[in-house]
Design a protein around this ligand. Sequence first.
Ligand code: GLY
Ligand code: MN
Ligand code: MN
Length: 405
Amino acid sequence: MIHQNRINKLLSQLDDNALIIISTNPEQFRNGDVSFPFRPHSDFFYLTNFQEPEAVVVISNHQCSMFLRDKDPAREIWDGARLGVADAPDTLKLDQAFDINQLETQLTHLIANDSVIYFDAKPCELDAKISTLLSDYNVNSLQAPLHEMRLIKDQSEIDTMQRAADISISAHEQAMKSVSPGMFEYELQSVFDAGFVKNRAQHAYTPIVAGGKNACILHYIDNNQPLRDGDLVLIDAGCELNCYASDITRTFPVNGKFTKAQKAIYQVVLDAQLAAIECIKPGVSVHQPHKIATQIIQQGLESLGLLSPGEPLTKFYMHGTGHWLGMDVHDVGQYQHNKQHRAFEKGMIITVEPGIYIRKDDKINSIYHDIGIRIEDDVLVTDTSHQVLTGNLVKTINEIETLMS
Ligand code: GLY
Ligand code: MN
Ligand code: MN
């Protein structure tokens, strides 16, 4: 069933004659006849709750129409059941439905003389076709109002994201309990693969399972090296459940015990992360967590003699402290208004993920070489404060060593 309340809220922010056109994602082929599992487009799914490929929704104040694949018994033997045009209006609560093959002939009939059209073309064949059909019209972007709505999560979205977080928490705990020296990174990844699939979830993004120096490669996804005694392993893995993401990073010792040097760096990252989370509440600048995290990491690395006063921190910490989280792991929504950092509002969900990455360098004491640590949690802004959706996952040095012992 379509989300009529979301559609109404969106329409209420647009011209009375607004006509919204949104298509879902195309099916993507991996090679030959093999396709990737289908994932609807987030904007489309947010409004329609419809999971089939090859669909376009057309929304005005008067009616909601959908173009979709019609029933096709021969194709359904191969690809599974389709809702079909005849059942779509009742099942989805639409005013009317059309065969997607009639898009060319029918779409322009839904456009009135005074329609104000909203359409954002994605780079895909279907949207290229729609763009051609709209070539004689003025077309506006829907992104600002729609993505602002997606940025503020309602209770059902928060509940789904909490379930996604819980599934990811269990897998991270299982990984900490399963790891041992000599295991390969991909074997540890398989804990997440299994943990997600058995909960009808999937990876929200390609997981990072990075032992030792691999943790200093920010987007390491090879996950094919052995895990060594004495090294840390950084795991950035989170599941997507019903099109909502979780995003968690934990870093822990392969043999269950942090070395003194690993402890020192870990504690700096943890202090930064806890302080950054602590500042989150409505009214506070969304830049504040990064400001706090960088200050604490700068001071921490200076007291360990790894940075001289004033030396740029970007040598060891070169990414932001967080991003919006929702249907997309790097979710939609502006971080600034009029070039100024905006303030947190109730219902936003942001990650907090500071890190320190120390590559081998003759100028650095070798006990710190190849240490890469990131700690990442998912934080909901509440009425007056915040709630850490991933707060049930162990995080302090003691908690991790105890769980692993
Ligand atoms: N896992 C993606 C990120 O942390 O941004
Ligand atoms: Mn993240
Ligand atoms: Mn992450």
